[in-house]
Design a protein around this ligand. Structure first.
Ligand code: ADP
Ligand code: MG
Ligand code: ZN
Length: 476
């Protein structure tokens, strides 16, 4: 019987305006390569790095939330790095004295129990550039725009024991840093990257087994698959009398297996030494307080507030609050609308559907919260039917108009005028004698058919309650 053990190193890219040690702006991959670089991030001789104060502030915020001990004095170090995407030949990172250490993250498991993962340390460092390989590797191109972008690395203790647990831990970290607003933490875009350390041991053994490290897992799916694969590989290897070699591996998503990237450098290969161009980072009481004041509402607190304020279940609140952006939007709509249940349904079904179909984020969703609230209030007060509501919703998305102008433009009215409805219903009854007889012989479910006809004739604009009353009255 084997027990797997997993420890994770998560790198998050901070969304500061400028890089970690220079004033180059941070840009996306849509920008022309090698345009946002300077002597500092290119590592030209004589250029001096200067730490980004905002990045320190962000680290302190995260340290606060993860309950870490903050080192009043922390030190930057040079870590030997011999790849072309970091032209200095070393990465500036923190080694012996990181900005914060010894924290923990407590999160809920699917069975409702809580799991605590200890945090070993969080430290600041700089990112490398990005290499592109063309053809079968004869040509390599490098974009240095990402060079020097600030990262926070969060190193966990080896406290997780399944791929699912590891994924939940990452989800919680991602949720926290997006709520803090310090990173967009999007795995697909590469601004949240995970390295997973995996080992297995017999249940009765006390010492952990030899670990292998899975680098650059860039989606939740691949991360879980790779960890799962690695656990099985370790077990099979040990079972067949072999032993695990310390190694750095990559995940091959086509072959569904791990393969060695390079044999793990001995620690000494990193040849850490204190960065002589940067004085130590000192943080004082004020900076620590300022960071804790900047923390704002965290997911757990927001979930509780939504439950109370909008009278929704814990499960629904967790769904709505999964991302900060979505819950910010939901909060703005829910604050205005009168029917919270209808609002929640629309948010979780209609709005989410559009986000998925159009592959857009809530920040790109074209309907302003107050306009959606206005539409939903018309639906809940029965000024328009649900069907018309959906039609207006689609138009609002297409054109960005508010609901009133869509209704005006499409000349949509809600037919609740009894005389008008009576006339329409009389025609329908006259046109369908067979169904009328069915009704009279007791088959009252033909009401559904008649209502369908009413909606067809009125293009869905009839007030359903009134129409049904009139219909029954006429049929009787
Ligand atoms: P390195 O820089 O060599 O990757 P770190 O100390 O930064 O080393 O990272 C070590 C990571 O590996 C931590 O997340 C830790 O929890 C994890 N780890 C250490 N030993 C084991 C083990 N035997 N099994 C699984 N994970 C481990
Ligand atoms: Mg590592
Ligand atoms: Zn620069």
């Amino acid at each position: 019987m084997y027990e797997p053990t997993i420890g994770l190193e998560i790198h998050i890219q901070l969304n500061t305006e400028t890089k970690m040690f220079c004033s180059c702006p941070i840009v996306g991959y849509d920008v022309e390569p090698n345009t946002d670089v300077c002597p500092v991030c290119m590592g030209l001789p004589g250029a001096l790095p200067f730490p980004n104060k905002k990045a320190v502030h962000y680290s302190l915020m995260l340290a606060n939330v993860l309950g870490c001990e903050i080192n009043r004095k922390s030190v930057f170090a040079r870590k030997n790095y011999f790849y072309p995407d970091l032209p200095k030949g070393y990465q500036i990172t923190q080694d012996e004295i990181p900005v914060a250490e010894k924290g923990q993250l407590k999160f809920k498991l699917p069975n409702g129990e809580y799991k605590t993962v200890r945090i070993n340390r969080i430290h600041m460092e700089e990112d490398a550039g990005k290499s592109y390989h063309i053809g079968s590797g004869e040509i390599s191109l490098i974009d240095f725009n990402r060079c020097g972008v600030p990262l926070i690395e969060i190193v966990s203790e080896p406290d997780m024991h399944s791929p699912a647990e590891a994924a939940l831990y990452v989800r919680n970290i991602k949720q926290i840093v997006t709520y803090l607003g310090i990173s967009s933490a999007d795995m697909e875009k590469g601004n949240l990257r995970v390295d997973a350390n995996v080992s297995v041991k017999r249940k009765d053994e006390t010492e952990l087994g030899t670990r292998t490290e899975l680098k650059n897992l860039n989606s939740f799916k691949f991360m879980q698959k790779a960890i799962e694969y690695e656990i099985n590989r370790h077990i099979n290897c040990i079972e067949s009398g072999g032993f695990i070699v310390t190694q750095t591996l990559l995940w091959d998503e086509k072959e569904n297996k791990t393969f060695p990237m390079r044999t793990k450098e001995e620690l000494s290969d990193y040849r850490y030494f204190p960065e002589p161009d940067i004085l130590c980072i000192y943080v004082d009481e004020d900076e620590i307080n300022h960071a804790s004041e900047s923390v704002g509402e965290l997911p757990g607190q927001r979930i509780l507030r939504f439950i109370r304020q909008y009278n929704i279940s814990n499960e629904i609140a967790e769904k709505v609050c999964e991302t900060k952006g979505f819950s910010d939007y939901a909060d703005k709509v829910l604050k205005i609308t009168s029917d919270k249940r209808i609002t929640i349904n629309w948010l979780l079904i209609e709005v989410l559907r559009v986000l998925n179909e159009e592959k857009i984020s809530i920040e790109e969703f074209p309907i302003e919260p107050k306009n959606l609230a206005e539409l939903l209030d018309m639906i809940s007060s029965k000024k328009i039917s649900n069907t018309i509501g959906k039609k207006v919703f689609r138009e609002m998305i297409r054109t960005g108009e508010d609901s009133k102008s869509v209704l005006n433009r499409l000349d949509i009215k809600f037919i609740s005028d009894e005389n008008e409805l009576e006339k329409i219903i009389e025609t329908i009854i006259a046109e369908n004698p067979v169904s009328v007889n069915k009704y009279k012989s007791g088959k009252t479910n033909v009401i559904g058919f008649f209502m369908g006809q009413v909606m067809k004739k009125t293009k869905g604009q009839a007030d359903p309650r009134k129409a049904k009353d009139i219909l029954i009255e006429k049929l009787n």
